[in-house]
Design a protein around this ligand. Structure first.
Ligand code: SAH
Ligand code: SF4
Length: 393
């Protein structure tokens, strides 16, 4: 029998999902569900294993849980994840998913975020979002033009990794997609690395980001080591130390300019936390060392920040910081007020940085054809997406 749609929706939102929660949150949910205190730890560990290690999608698959309890769990909870509304696959294998989040109340139509997967021959990087949109307005970034903004919950951040791993066949016993674009082989993970470089400023949502990193790094579950998780910030100085001491993932700084007047323009947050303070926070970042370098991202904008003098100044500024420098060719988006530097200019810049002793890889733009490259993400409107793709092509 078909249940009326409205009823089905209410029923869905009344049953909270356990997928993406922290151990403490799962414990809390089980307590509220009426499970005796002495069982909470054991049941949490069981659920943890099935959700995060095995990647199962229903309670019925949890074979070491009694049938009766599986049924009761299923009556009270779901394992729902953000819904994939659209999947685009670039000619270079990059995948972009538009995800609709579960509505938080009756008025919420379900915010949308984007999440990007970038495969290489022996590894794969998942670029996750930490907010819907971004409150900062870096002038070269598409995400900053999106108006609707809210923080993602821990569950919504972790959910992006589970969705990706499910779709990529990256749980034990699952098959990779058959298109040959996802790395495979004995012991090769489809998602080996995670970067918080999607939509949003992670340090404006620090608590949830840290909790999500802990879930992602947990050795009994998703098990992505913190050395393979990078949090990128536009420079929220007071939170950098906290991120390092409380959680300790790898750090990336969106620097993009070597003078305050220019950085004020490109990354307006610089007016609050200027370059000198930002670099001091990097010098003090707990756990930074030559083996665990801080990445400095530098977007190459034609005629704006790409001169040899600026490359030399960059090297001077970073003296004493265990750093690597990531040059990002500017990725265009419709209406963007910049152009990407010429290839020779990027090479000249890169040579100066390299000759000063820094690794200076130029980030190959990936997924530009589907607007999945750095700074091109922006959810919201159907029309824009179609138009944007045409403009970039
Ligand atoms: N808000 C965080 C993380 C998300 S942005 C931050 O700013 O660091 C991820 C990276 O993409 C940042 O380095 C950002 O500066 C860069 N970026 C933004 N727009 C871009 C564009 N159009 N082309 C290339 N890189 C861009
Ligand atoms: Fe926000 Fe980062 Fe884009 Fe700046 S570059 S607007 S901080 S997402």
């Amino acid at each position: 029998m078909n249940a009326p749609a409205a009823r089905a929706e209410t029923a869905m939102s009344e049953r909270p999902s356990l997928a993406g929660l922290t151990r403490a949150e799962i414990g809390e949910a089980l307590r509220a569900f009426g499970l005796p205190e002495r069982e909470i730890r054991m049941r949490t560990a069981q659920l943890w294993h099935w959700i995060y290690f095995r990647g199962v999608r229903d309670f019925a698959s949890m074979l070491n849980v009694s049938k009766a309890l599986r049924q009761r769990l299923d009556d009270a909870f779901t394992l729902d994840l953000p819904e994939v509304v659209e999947e685009q696959i670039s000619t270079d294998g990059t995948r972009k998913w538009l995800l609709r989040l579960t509505p938080v109340d009756a008025h919420d139509k379900g915010a949308e975020i984007e999440c990007v997967y970038i495969p290489e021959s022996d590894r794969g990087t998942l670029c996750v979002s930490s907010q819907v949109g971004c409150t900062l307005n870096c002038t070269f970034c598409h995400t900053g033009t999106q108006r609707l903004v809210r923080n993602l919950t821990t569950q919504e951040i972790v959910g992006q990794l589970i969705v990706a791993r499910q779709r990529l066949g990256d749980f034990p016993g699952r098959e990779r997609p058959t298109d040959g674009l996802v790395p495979s082989g004995e012991g090769v993970r489809a998602v080996s690395n995670i970067v918080f470089m999607g939509m949003g400023e992670p340090l404006y949502n620090l608590e949830n980001v840290e909790a999500a990193v802990e879930v992602m790094a947990d050795g009994d579950g998703l098990s992505v080591s913190k050395r393979r998780i990078t949090v990128s910030t536009s420079g929220v100085v007071p939170e950098i130390e906290r991120l390092g001491s409380e959680c300790g993932p790898m750090l990336a700084i969106s620097l993009h300019a070597v003078r305050d007047d220019l950085r004020n323009e490109l990354v307006p947050l610089n007016k609050k936390y200027p370059i000198r303070e930002l670099l001091q926070a990097c010098r003090d970042y707990p756990g930074a060392s030559n083996a665990r370098r801080i990445t400095f991202e530098y977007v190459m904008l034609k005629g704006v920040n790409d001169s040899p003098a600026e490359a030399k100044e960059l090297v001077r500024l970073l003296k004493g910081i265990p750093a690597k420098i990531n040059l990002i060719p500017f990725n265009p988006w419709p209406g963007a007020p910049y152009e990407c530097s010429d290839w020779e200019t990027i090479e000249r810049f890169s040579d100066i940085v390299f000759n000063a002793g820094y690794a200076s890889p130029v980030r190959t733009p990936r997924g530009r054809d589907i607007l999945a490259a750095c700074g091109q993400l922006r959810s919201e409107t159907e029309k824009l997406r179609a138009r944007a793709r045409r403009a970039v092509e």
